[in-house]
Write a protein that binds this ligand. Structure first.
Ligand SMILES: *Cc1c(COP(=O)(O)O)cnc(C)c1O
Length: 228
């Protein structure tokens, strides 16, 4: 199972990103590859690190904290991309560099209050529900500005942008639609917060569509580390 060539997978995914950037007339290397290592052993993260990968994404708070702690010596950048329970915020505040999935002010306040003073502000993206399904996480587009205002007032958090996980769809045109919707919300929010620089969108199956619509971080698990 773990007999997988992480280095060549990283090269292949990076090539796909570069091709999509070119197709979209975007600046080369303007899209960051976040390698989603959830459920995968630390040895595979070490292999990716040895191949030059620096940013890693995790979904489960305890697993994220344990891996960040075990791999401290590698100086990796850790991004949390899973649902956040309020009793798990402390570990995230002390071990993560980014949180992509903030959708409640209460959670943001806890992360702010628990962020150690000697660490840089925690980078934050708001998770937006762009597919409109009741069961999916994320705030509605109408709630984005209010939550952004609340986060901007918290000194140990730094609002960077928006994140979404659209319902899976087939075909690049269908895939582009929700990404464009997120980009439009982001453009509007930048009217108030021009310093925002992050659109976290795109996974293994739809990274090209996301890059065409302006993603600055793509979150890739399967195509880097293999099936889960
Ligand atoms: C698991 C996960 C990914 C990676 O998905 P793949 O399809 O394996 O690339 C990206 N984003 C989030 C939020 C995830 O939970």
């Amino acid at each position: 199972m773990d007999n997988i060539n992480v280095a060549s997978n990283l090269t292949a995914v990076t090539d796909r990103i570069r091709v999509a950037e070119h197709q979209a007339h975007r600046t080369p290397q303007s899209v960051t590859l976040l390698a989603v290592s959830k459920t995968k052993p630390a040895a595979l993260i070490e292999a990716a690190s040895a191949a030059g990968q620096r940013c890693f994404g995790e979904n489960y708070a305890q697993e994220a904290v344990e891996k960040a702690e075990a791999l401290k010596h590698l100086n990796l950048e850790w991004h949390f991309i899973g649902p956040i329970q309020s009793n798990k915020t402390r570990g995230l505040a002390t071990h993560m560099d980014w949180i992509h999935t903030v959708e409640r002010e209460k959670i943001a306040r806890r992360l702010n209050d628990q962020r150690p003073d000697d660490m840089a502000p925690l980078n934050i993206c708001l998770q937006v529900n762009i597919s409109g399904e009741a069961s999916k996480a994320g705030i509605l587009s109408t709630e984005v500005l209010t939550l952004a205002d609340a986060i901007s007032a918290l000194p140990k958090l730094r609002l960077r942008g928006l994140m979404a996980i659209p319902a899976p769809s087939e075909g690049i045109d269908a895939q582009r639609r929700p990404f464009k919707a997120l980009k439009d919300i982001w453009d509007e929010l930048k009217g108030t917060y021009p310093e925002l620089d992050t659109l976290s969108m795109g996974m293994s199956g739809d990274l090209e569509a996301a890059v065409l619509e302006g993603a600055t971080i793509v979150r890739i698990g399967t195509d880097v580390f293999g099936a889960r």
